[in-house]
Design a protein around this ligand. Structure first.
Ligand SMILES: C[S@@+](CC[C@H](N)C(=O)[O-])C[C@H]1O[C@@H](n2cnc3c(N)ncnc32)[C@H](O)[C@@H]1O
Length: 316
């Protein structure tokens, strides 16, 4: 599916368009009668009724929260649930995301005319490499170093075995990103870019600020966090059944993996408290359509760029 909706029936979720669409998409639905003419529509507006319906669905599925003892199992063994996920799906589940380079132009190599200092990119929660591998494949930068970590040992193993994994330009390792102290092969204040693609949503909300603080610590002044994740009222959130809610907007899927649904403000607050300055924040709303089954699926993603200020700016 596009964007990790393993909580839903993957057959219902169209994937291909997400991969190819240009920046923020450009197919707009102007006549409701046309809705089943294409697989997806960009920048769909939500009216007050739709917002209300979404709120009602979320209230319904989250009023009753999971008991503490049941919740602990998912939180304490989160890495094991992801290990099982990768044991089942190997590297077949998430597609390589070529849209990355249109949404996050910073990931593409600087032009040859620009002076090229060696750059370093670190992906947290890199899984089996659906972000890292396209970066390695398409980057022309001679000195680019790409790092990745995941707390699923199995994911890292699968990634290392991929024939596109190039150990000369890339180093991946097992690490829980929520640890207070990261054990990493690079220095503090050194990274150019940290990529967070659908990973923060898998982390308990109370631990998210630690992740943001460590991102700040390891980025160089002027470095960037590139963030894309689930937005509030995404179809995946509305579909949860009652009994799956751990905390407000935080749920457990059938396979034991957890997922949070963000607002723009929450992402901004989290990172700005850690010292970042928000440079871009977009709510990407798409309507995906299953034409065969006449299904309409409203997807919501948050995309944000956050910069660690240069020293002089930080002092102001
Ligand atoms: C939805 S997947 C996204 C994978 C990858 N970012 C991509 O773009 O394909 C979320 C990933 O985050 C990892 N993850 C979740 N919590 C983590 C944590 N506390 N530390 C490290 N990795 C974590 C999971 O194992 C999983 O591989």
């Amino acid at each position: 599916m596009s964007e990790f909706g393993n909580e839903a029936n993957p057959a219902e979720l169209t994937e291909t368009v997400e991969e190819k669409r240009p920046k923020f998409g450009n197919r707009f639905l102007t006549d409701d009668n046309d809705v089943f003419k294409h697989n997806a529509w960009d920048n769909v507006e939500w009216d007050a009724d739709q917002e209300q319906e979404a709120l009602a669905a979320v209230t319904k599925n989250s009023t009753q929260k999971m008991k503490a003892e049941d919740k602990e199992k998912f939180q304490n063994d989160a890495d094991k649930f992801w290990d099982s996920f990768y044991g089942v799906h190997q590297n077949r589940f998430f597609k390589d995301r070529h849209w990355l380079f249109t949404e996050f132009t910073e990931l593409a190599a600087p032009s040859v005319d620009e002076v090229q200092e060696p750059r370093s990119i670190f992906e947290l929660g890199c899984g089996v490499g659906n972000t890292i591998l396209p970066i390695l494949k398409y980057s022309q930068e001679p000195n680019l170093k790409v790092y990745g970590c995941d707390f699923s040992a199995r994911a890292i193993e699968i990634l290392r075995e991929n024939k596109e994994y190039d150990p000369k330009r890339c180093e991946v390792f097992v690490m829980d990103a929520t640890l207070e102290d990261w054990s990493v092969p690079f220095a503090e204040n050194s990274l150019d870019i940290i990529v967070l693609i659908f990973v923060l949503s898998a982390i308990e909300p109370t631990k998210m600020n630690r992740v943001a603080a460590n991102c700040f610590r390891y980025l160089r002044p002027g470095g960037l966090v590139l963030f894309r994740d689930y937005g509030r009222y995404d179809m995946a959130q509305l579909r949860f059944k009652s009994g799956k809610c751990l905390e407000d907007n935080f749920y457990v899927r059938g396979d034991g993996t957890m997922v949070y649904f963000f607002t723009q403000e929450e992402v901004r607050d989290l990172f700005c408290k850690a010292g970042f300055v928000e440079e871009q924040s977009v709510v990407d709303r798409r309507l995906q359509v299953n034409r065969g089954r006449m299904l309409k699926m409203y997807r919501v993603w948050i995309q944000t760029k956050l910069r660690k200020p240069l020293k002089e700016e930080a002092k102001k």
